[in-house]
Write a protein that binds this ligand. Structure first.
Ligand SMILES: Nc1ncnc2c1ncn2[C@@H]1O[C@H](COP(=O)(O)OP(=O)(O)OP(=O)(O)O)[C@@H](O)[C@H]1O
Ligand SMILES: [Mg+2]
Length: 406
């Protein structure tokens, strides 16, 4: 019995020693695993039990790395989009501090570094700040459009509540160009209807007079018919000009570029206007420098520009005056000029005469809808050129346009 107890005690001791050894071995391996996880450069521990664990950890680590890489790519893509976006994006926290702003947001609000400033400091518009506050209170999307007069800007902001952080996302859109186009369109329609109303009212009055008995009058009858004829001509000219303008503006006019001599172009336009110039008792000269390079132009269209300018010179120059056409070489092309000794243009109108329907003072002259210069400007710009005017009021005007050499 004693011997049996002795064997049992020795076995127990051996088992205890083996367990202790296993325990410390496992603990050491786990420490190595811990080290390996902290620094994947250290060699992984080797033991049968741990190998399986290391395998799992390694595969998780690789999957994790791939996920991080995918997230980084996604992040970079998003950052590029936000960087290039023309709309502004601001992210503000619940206290109204800007946490993120893309470059467009800074540009639209005229602030260099919006991040860390308050929303109020960045947007600087009472209405926009109110919209942001409303969104914070109601947690509902708010849309607000304002005009910022100091910067001549029309901005629209959309404030979207951020459900997780209690803050908000603010999108800013620049509507300045859209509003400008709306105004141009509105002005255009009201100008056209105004311009149509006058000749139509005259036509109605003239026909009523004829119906009222003037038709039978051998002297007044033909006179009224003549006036009807003039009004119809004016209406026809206006509709033709409007059609031209809309075609040129919408890019429907195909320009046929060719290489042409500026001298030939000036003489061709002068010849076309010769009769009108003589009838107005004016003199027309063409002064063209020698050795000018050819220009790249649509002959018919550029001739139309010169005819428009000469026609204006004839209209706005008193009998006995002089009109001079000229051309000279300038860097990159040729500059053509139409100068007159007429009534001139006040300096405050010089920048506006190329607008549609703009006339300095309709009482100064007879016919004209104010479309000629607008059409000319579009034609010159379609040639890659530039048109401008100079004038000394009371002494004359000079119109210049520059077009590229062939
Ligand atoms: N040579 C000029 N001298 C003085 N004023 C001019 C001259 N050319 C243009 N203007 C002014 O600029 C305005 C605009 O000219 P524009 O050619 O566009 O229109 P218009 O001649 O009045 O009409 P349209 O050319 O459509 O028949 C004219 O109404 C006139 O007031
Ligand atoms: Mg004109």
């Amino acid at each position: 019995m004693n011997q049996l107890s002795y064997v049992f005690a020795v076995t127990l001791l051996l088992v205890a020693a083996w367990c202790t050894w296993r325990y410390y071995d496992l603990k050491r391996s786990l420490r190595q695993v811990e080290q390996f996880m902290r620094d994947p450069q250290t060699p992984p521990p080797h033991s049968n039990e741990i190998d399986a664990l290391i395998g799992v950890i390694e595969s998780r680590r690789l999957a994790f790395n791939m996920e991080i890489k995918a997230l980084q790519t996604e992040n970079e893509r998003l950052a590029t989009v936000l960087e290039q976006l023309t709309d502004g994006v601001l992210i503000a926290n619940a206290d109204g501090r800007v946490q993120f702003a893309n470059p467009a947001a800074g540009k639209l609000f005229g602030t260099d570094e919006p991040t860390h400033q308050s929303v109020a400091q960045v947007v600087r518009s009472h209405q926009l700040i109110e919209a942001w506050k409303r969104c914070q209170q109601t947690r509902q999307i708010q849309i607000e459009a304002v005009e910022i007069p100091t910067r001549r800007q029309h901005l629209q902001i959309i404030v979207i509540p951020d459900m997780h952080e209690g803050g908000s996302l603010i999108l800013v859109q620049d509507l300045t160009q859209v509003r400008k186009l709306e105004t141009v369109r509105r002005d255009f329609i009201s100008n056209v209807s105004h311009e149509l109303r006058t000749p139509l009212a005259s036509l109605k009055a003239l026909t009523e007079t004829l119906q009222g008995g003037a038709l039978a009058d051998p002297e007044a009858g033909p006179r009224f018919l003549d006036r009807i004829h003039t009004e119809v001509d004016a209406l026809t000219q206006m509709t033709q000009e409007l059609l031209d303008l809309s075609r040129i503006e919408s890019g429907q006019v195909q320009l046929n570029f060719e290489s042409i001599s500026p001298r030939k172009l000036l003489h061709a336009s002068a010849d076309r206007m010769k009769a009108q110039v003589e009838r107005a008792n004016l003199k027309l000269d063409v002064l063209c420098a020698d050795g000018l390079p050819d220009i790249r132009a649509d002959k018919g269209r550029l001739e139309q520009v010169l005819v428009n300018l000469i026609h204006n010179a004839v209209k706005f120059t008193k009998p006995g005056g002089r009109i001079t056409l000229g051309a000279e070489a300038v860097p990159g092309g040729v500059r053509c000029a139409v100068q007159d000794t007429g009534i001139g243009i006040p300096s405050e109108s010089l920048s506006r005469i190329f607008e549609r329907f703009y006339r300095v003072d309709s009482s100064r002259t007879g016919s004209g809808t104010g479309l000629g210069l607008s059409i000319s400007k579009h034609i010159v710009e379609a040639h890659g050129g530039k048109i401008w005017a100079e004038s000394d009021e009371g002494r004359g005007s000079a119109f210049f346009f520059k077009v590229p050499a062939a």
